[in-house]
Design a protein around this ligand. Structure first.
Ligand code: ADP
Ligand code: MG
Length: 579
């Protein structure tokens, strides 16, 4: 089986530990099995009644037992410590591989999958896998040795008593398995129900302001009560199953002692065995009862572990849509001519194309502005240039080279993007600016911040460039974040620039400030600008008006106003009453 082979592959770096782990497990089981034998020898000694002899024999037996248990303790230590560490190491390896792979997957993958599910793969699935990876082989080993070993001894001691016990064990095992399956189902149901409770809780908390402003607390409470009660009901099923399982198992165990005592008694009466044998029987039964439970639990652990591993493989086997071609070239000595030639594009899984036969050309250092209603495809046009998605028709070239023949990393290193939403990583302001070029010096960072008009603000913060920002850090305003993102791009210093509604979320005042930094940034770079507010695109070398139908108008600001078409209409609308 392919899945199994790949699973075993993860053991490879830990071959030695794995091997020692199994050896220790074997020693632990053998020592457990040896105890009744030693007891028998000692009892025989004790029964001789010669006190001198007894005392003499106690010394070697005592020393032997002592050493045995020291060894067993050490082996148990190794198995619990190194065995678990092996599992943890494998978990770390898989998690790293998964993370590396997630980083490579394309935008289209992230369009379709939610981050909650991805997180759960990184955390809980991998934990299940690691548990199985470590406990699986080891428990299987211990259980089999103990079960087979103790049965061999039972047969050797008295085969007549062993046969009814064997039958009992088989029945018990089959019964446990079937019960376990029922129990698993109720566990799954449990998990679904607690999921419902979580969804309901999260929904209410996320929307608590709406709930309270509509005074709908009672309605929400009723909804929550329903899911909360559903969880209780599923717990009831769950515990009933568990009770049946535990109860029957205990009963079966008792039955083994019962058969041993009654049937063994008959055998003793008939002279087929003696009382010491019976005592040994009781001890061996004790030894093999526990592994039966362990085996049953193991089937569950294996199901969880393997289904987790399958989900892991599913992600690992998803090829990134966008990768370097085998003979991809780096982008060198870039002038920055950008050209879209008959570009068409359709999002994966969508019926209709967003773009059809779009062509335009931006000579190095010049600018194009895309304007038009939202949903027209402006952002989509921009995402094609860094190859977040690949065109479905036509081609895009930089300095005449089709971008699909370029190395992805090199291509993206030559393009800077400023967009409406700015993501701040958890870290210092300095780290966030340096994200544009991680090896930049402090002087370069400050220079970039100055050009982005954010240096003065940062300087007056108590901790300056070392102020923590991001999810758990200081809150920055939209304008401040935007300026940090502009500083990032200054530092990156790319020849090609995309400004996608960089100022749309800002008030007029901040917009005016940032507009200056953006103009400075765009100087001598090939630029595509998308803007809501047409005042910001007036100076573009070419303005392209685009909507769902495609390109509607194009030309300079002056041309388009003279033409008195769509652009002129939008433009006059925005400035009515303003000027
Ligand atoms: P604009 O930037 O002009 O507002 P977009 O390029 O964002 O327009 O969107 C153009 C069209 O593509 C819209 O109809 C939008 O719903 C669709 N679209 C955008 N992103 C995706 C996506 N990731 N998957 C599917 N459809 C998308
Ligand atoms: Mg957009």
């Amino acid at each position: 089986m392919n899945t199994m082979r790949r699973f075993i592959g993860f053991y490879k770096p830990y071959k030695t530990v794995f091997f020692l782990d199994l050896i220790c497990a074997t020693i632990i089981s053998i020592i457990d099995l040896a105890y009744p034998q030693i007891l028998r020898t000692s009892t025989n000694t004790l029964f001789t009644g010669d006190s001198g002899y007894i005392l003499k024999m106690l010394i070697p037996i005592g020393i032997g037992l002592f050493i045995m248990y020291v060894v067993q303790g050490l082996c148990r230590y190794y198995v619990s410590y190194q065995g678990h560490m092996m599992g943890a190491n494998m978990e770390r390896d898989m998690r790293q591989q998964l993370f590396d792979h997630y980083e490579k997957l394309s935008f289209s993958y992230y369009d379709k999958n939610n981050s909650g599910q991805m997180m759960s793969k990184l955390v809980s699935d991998l934990f299940d896998i690691a548990e199985f990876a470590h406990h699986g082989p080891e428990n299987l080993f211990i259980s089999i040795i103990k079960i087979v070993g103790s049965f061999v001894f039972l047969f050797l001691i008295n085969w007549m008593l062993a046969i009814p016990l064997l039958v009992l064990v088989v029945v018990m095992f089959i019964f446990s398995l079937s019960q376990n399956k029922r129990m698993q189902e109720t566990f799954m149901e449990n998990r679904r129900k607690i999921g419902d409770v979580n969804v309901s809780l999260q929904d209410t908390l996320a929307g608590i302001r709406v709930v309270q402003s509509f005074a709908n607390e009672d309605m929400e409470r009723r909804k929550f009560k329903r899911s909360n009660h559903g969880f209780l009901r599923s717990k009831n099923d769950n515990y009933r199953c568990m009770g049946t399982f535990m109860g029957t198992n205990t009963f079966f165990q008792g039955m083994m002692y019962f058969v041993t005592f009654v049937f063994g008694g008959v055998l003793i009466a008939k002279g087929y065995m003696d009382a010491v044998d019976l005592a040994m029987y009781a001890l061996y039964i004790g030894i093999f009862i526990s592994p039966i439970q362990i085996l049953v639990e193991l089937t569950e652990m294996m199901q969880k572990g393997m289904s987790g591993f399958k989900r892991f493989l599913e992600v690992m086997d998803t090829e990134p849509d966008i990768q370097d071609a085998p003979d991809a070239q780096p982008l060198e000595d870039v002038r920055g001519d950008v050209s879209y030639e008959n570009v068409s594009f359709r999002y994966e899984g969508e019926e209709e194309s967003v773009l059809q036969n779009i062509s335009f050309n931006i000579p190095a250092g010049r600018s194009v502005a895309l304007v038009g209603p939202s949903g027209g495809g402006k952002t989509t046009i921009c995402s094609l240039l860094p190859r977040f998605y690949d065109v479905t028709g036509g081609k895009i070239t930089i300095d005449g080279k089709d971008i699909r023949t370029l190395q992805l990393k090199s291509l993206r290193n030559h393009i800077g993007i400023v967009q409406q939403d700015v993501y701040m990583f958890y870290g210092t302001i300095k780290d966030n600016i340096a994200y544009g070029r991680p090896n930049a010096s402090m002087d370069e960072i400050i220079a970039a911040a100055k050009r982005a008009n954010i240096h003065d603000f940062i300087s007056q913060l108590p901790e300056g460039y070392d102020t923590f920002v991001g999810e758990r850090g200081t809150r920055l305003s939209g304008g401040q974040k935007q300026r940090i993102s502009i500083a990032r791009v200054f530092l990156k210093n790319p020849p090609i620039l995309i400004l996608d509604e960089a100022t749309s979320a800002l008030d007029n005042e901040s917009e005016r400030h940032i507009q200056k930094s953006l103009e400075e940034l765009a100087k001598d770079r090939t630029t595509i600008t998308i803007a809501h507010r047409l005042s910001t695109v007036r100076n573009a070398d070419e303005i392209i008006v685009i909507d769902e139908e495609g390109i509607r108008e194009r030309g300079t600001h002056k041309d388009l106003l003279e033409k008195n078409g769509l652009y002129a209409y939008y433009y006059n609308m925005q400035f009515e009453g303003l000027e």
